[in-house]
Design a protein around this ligand. Sequence first.
Ligand code: FRU
Length: 487
Amino acid sequence: MNVMRDTLLREIRRRETEYQNRPGQDKWRLRFHIMPPAGWLNDPNGLCFYRGKYHFFFQYSPFDPEGGLKVWGEYTGTDLVHWQYEGTPLLPDSPWDCHGVYSGCAFTEDGLLDIFYTGNVKLDGDYDYVNSGREANTIYTCSEDGIHFREKECLLEMKDYPTGYTNHIRDPKVWKAGDTCYMVLGGRKKDNRGAVLLYASKDKKHWEFVREVTTREPFGYMWECPDAFCLDGQWLLSVSPQGLKREEFCRQNIYQSGYFILPEKWMEEGEPKEFREWDMGFDFYAPQTFRDEKGRRILVGWAGLPDIKEEYNNPTVEQGWQHAFTMPRELKWKNGKVYQYPVKEAEMLREKELFSGSRQDRDPEKTQGILVEDSCFDWEIKETDSRSFSIKIEEECVLKYEDGVFSLSFEGIMGAGRKVRKALVPKLYSIRILADTSLMEIYLNEGEYVFTSRYYTESDVRQLSVRGLQNAGNIWTMKKQTCLTGL
Ligand code: FRU
């Protein structure tokens, strides 16, 4: 019996129960997006389909909505839209991860669910915590039911990593090709360049360093959460780089996340090229992908970012929680880029069709109002050939398309400090807005561009308006609570 583990578990359950039983109403609590049972959530971890269920783990700090000591929380479900909270299977209870069970992945084989993650250790003392004062251990554990995990094993520690790196190395992602397992780790080099470390292993336990994968020109100082996968025949490398310069139509957030195109023989030679951001909204970072039992490549992002407080915030902190996941998005490789669209199962969330815009008798020059008597909706507008239009959600959120620029902007308090995010969109032929109580995802051209953003309004209904569109599409209200955080 591990006393420290039992005490921590008890404290976490106490905190969660206290939060669930707190008095008062929380209108920003999410209905169908995954959110923390209490406190803070960040990266998706260990996404997989195992023994008939999806397992979604997450970076979790139950005690403080502003973050803190990280454990792994877990949700399971059978259909990607209904979720059940399963508790906190991985805790910082070993000398290799005593200051945080950091991000990692799942790998399923031979009836086992393997987990690889980074154990964070922070030493006490006068350190810069970049080149010294922290340890990043690559840890392995496995499970036969996806909930209870065996003894942890430390596979790689600081002395095992190649020279030329700072102590920022983390977030393993593992996959298998033929009889070899591969792993990528994200890193910060001593010359302040972000890079990925590629490893190989025959037995999942002994890892050999293969090569460093990075761009020819420096591209940020740190690459977090790497993920390499082959989508419809094209190898891609997803990373979350830090330290890129902000621009008007791209890289508008404090940190980015996107994917590079990899050359076919990237495990031996060549550089990643043509970085494209996953999401153009205010709240997106550290995504992870996995292949499900149907063979789909599915991406889930953290609908949030670290270190944003100076710029904008999430008033849910006052309610005792912060952050969420995006909807699971199916990825497709088309026209030399990745399209991401909510998995088909998301349509099961639709309850009542409120509005069908099939009639073509509207004057696009007139503003058309639509009242949704609910705080959640799924709105699909197809085949617009309008070159200029605007959509309003309540009074303070405006989606505008004009001169080949799509923008999402907030006025007043609805954005809690969020102002405007833009993308160059030469042609816009469809829009889908998936709106939860305080989180919206806007998909343009069936996922060619996505904007994920939190928003905060006191209203229980949504007053929508459209101008410049002949056909205002179809709107559905959404089912009640499908993400169960109760214990
Ligand atoms: C990304 C990240 C990861 C790290 C984790 C810690 O958001 O910084 O690199 O493993 O969060 O919570």
